[in-house]
Design a binder for this molecule. Structure first.
Ligand SMILES: [Ca+2]
Ligand SMILES: [Ca+2]
Ligand SMILES: [Ca+2]
Ligand SMILES: [Ca+2]
Length: 282
């Protein structure tokens, strides 16, 4: 029974054998066993133990993986997000892994990317790391646009690693929070109408100016005054707030009828808000 490391024989049992560095990355190695002190052979010789001679040893490869992990979440206006790409163990040679950014946020429009090793950022491409790399940080910088988007997400996926690496965790996701708030629309009474010729008004307002697509609001009129008898609605139930403006006026033209009436009322109810961003208004 032998217990040895790098050809140093003692007593005991064999549990492991460390091979000299010359065997690194060799697919196989051959082990031969010799009597340490010549016992079993002629004096002064080191005869082989022929019964266990010439063992072939096959390397037990270490499992090398490259993985991506989510770091911090990003947020407009200026909170950067991060991913980490981890190489385990650290690379011993230049190593590639393909990457792709996906998700509901748009690369280049909603965010920009930087790799800590200076790799060229792109929506899809190849990350090339130098020997000795154990991790790369990917920084996500949000673009503080004016779009009302809600929270979006960004995923980073890895594929096709080289240099003996296999994929560990192949994708990760972070969120990108929005800081743009949907304006609200409201209506307020303006001028009271009066016969014979004082037209009444309501003012329809946005909490912030209309975006680069005008905002159209429909409304319904009610009250004790009768439409098209006591007054008319030239706008026909629709008012438009043009780009860059925050309000528009609904003008109701009084009809000077001969009927003796006590003061009547007109009420307005906003119905739908329609524009390119209509669903974002409330
Ligand atoms: Ca977006
Ligand atoms: Ca955006
Ligand atoms: Ca913004
Ligand atoms: Ca936004």
């Amino acid at each position: 029974m032998l217990n040895f490391t790098n050809n140093v024989a003692t007593s005991g049992s064999i549990t492991s054998v460390s091979l000299p560095a010359a065997f690194n990355n060799a697919a196989t190695a051959r082990l031969r066993f010799y009597y340490h002190n010549g016992t079993g052979g002629a004096a002064g010789s080191r005869p082989k133990i022929s019964s266990i001679d010439n063992l072939n040893v096959t390397a037990n490869p270490t499992s090398s993986t490259v993985s991506v992990a989510a770091g911090t979440n990003a947020a407009e206006p200026s909170t950067n997000g991060t991913f980490t790409v981890n190489f385990s163990p650290a690379t011993t040679t230049s190593t590639d892994v393909n990457f792709a950014f996906t998700g509901s946020a748009t690369f280049g429009t909603d965010y920009t990317v930087a790799f800590s090793n200076g790799n060229t950022p792109s929506e899809t491409g190849t990350l090339t790391v130098a020997a000795g790399t154990s991790s790369i940080t990917v920084t996500i910088t949000p673009v503080d646009d004016g779009d009302i988007e809600g929270t979006e997400n960004i995923s980073l996926g890895l594929s096709a690693p080289t240099a003996g690496y296999a994929l560990g965790s192949a994708s990760a996701s972070i969120s990108l929070a929005d800081n743009d708030v949907a304006p609200t629309v409201s209506v307020a009474a303006g001028v009271n109408a009066a016969e014979p010729a004082t037209n009444g008004t309501f003012t329809v307002s946005l909490s912030s100016p209309a975006p680069p697509a005008e905002v159209t609001v429909t409304y319904t009129l009610a009250g004790t005054a009768t439409l098209n008898s006591d007054y008319s609605d030239p706008q026909g139930g629709t008012v438009t707030i043009t780009t860059g403006n925050s309000s528009a006026t609904v003008t109701l033209n009084v009809i000077d009828d001969p009927a003796p009436e006590s003061p009547e009322t007109i009420t307005i109810t906003l119905n739908t808000v329609s524009s390119r961003l209509s669903h974002q208004y409330s």
